[in-house]
Write a protein that binds this ligand. Sequence first.
Ligand SMILES: Cc1cc2nc3c(=O)[nH]c(=O)nc-3n(C[C@H](O)[C@H](O)[C@H](O)COP(=O)(O)OP(=O)(O)OC[C@H]3O[C@@H](n4cnc5c(N)ncnc54)[C@H](O)[C@@H]3O)c2cc1C
Ligand code: FES
Length: 274
Amino acid sequence: MIDFLPIPAVIERIDRTMPDHLFDFRLASPLEAAPGQFVELSVPGVGAFPVSTAAFGPDRHLFQACIRRAGKVTSALYRMTEGDEVGLRGPFGNGFPLADFTGRDFLLVAGGLGIAPLRGLLQALLARRERIGEIILLYGAREPETILFREELEDLADAGMLRLSFSVDFSSELPWAADAFICKVGLVTELLKNLRFSPENTVAAVCGPPSLYSCVPEELASLGIAPERIFATLERRMKCGVGECCHCVTAGIYICREGPVFTLEQLRRMENAI
Ligand SMILES: Cc1cc2nc3c(=O)[nH]c(=O)nc-3n(C[C@H](O)[C@H](O)[C@H](O)COP(=O)(O)OP(=O)(O)OC[C@H]3O[C@@H](n4cnc5c(N)ncnc54)[C@H](O)[C@@H]3O)c2cc1C
Ligand code: FES
């Protein structure tokens, strides 16, 4: 039986210094969600929208989400302040099948706000650090100022927890000392050129706008990663999140229920999915 009642939550903190604000929500009851799953966040009297988990607090009462102001509901959320109440329904969708990939290397490719769900995945990978191989994160943003979680990611790279490279679409010059990281001007696919990694042992996860997930998974396959080990998250207009409203149906598949995470092997069989 599906529970349609949202979990009450209070906005505990809003980091407005991030171009897409980072919200901490304190939940009335704990939420168990796997990386790649999503929740429906409701603003009372306005509506709801799907949002990925950017990270969780240790007791699962703290849910963190990085949210872009896109339209009606996200604009209403941006007008709210600490102490205001929202609701969270979920989790929905399948998430990344982490347990299947013990011992593997991970290559994460993020574009723009796609870093939000991949940060959730990264957090889960770091929690099982001794059971996996190398982690590589390639992250492309429009401009240097729009890179999200930059300091946090650089600290992790400095501590040797992951190999990190940034790309920005526009910049007259690269604005930071790039000793530890590769920084390129161009699309995130630039970072795949001459990348040192072992495709036969790698699991890849791609998250970003349609322009990213329409080409990067095939590019990764051409580098030798098996299609069943290349994952991409699809973004669709979702309403109910549970296979009831048909808003998300693509190639006869309920993206909210069967996805939003799919392997390239599955995507190749889904007409017009990417
Ligand atoms: C699984 C999933 C996870 C998501 N995670 C996040 C997240 O972590 N952070 C975040 O900021 N956003 C996320 N989104 C996107 C977010 O749900 C949408 O931007 C949502 O529509 C915002 O609601 P709104 O009422 O503010 O905007 P709306 O009024 O619904 O829409 C604003 C504009 O965006 C367009 N639009 C809305 N949704 C889509 C879509 N799916 N595809 C193409 N165009 C669309 C509309 O046509 C309109 O022009 C996620 C979406 C999905 C499906
Ligand atoms: S969002 Fe309603 S069926 Fe998928």
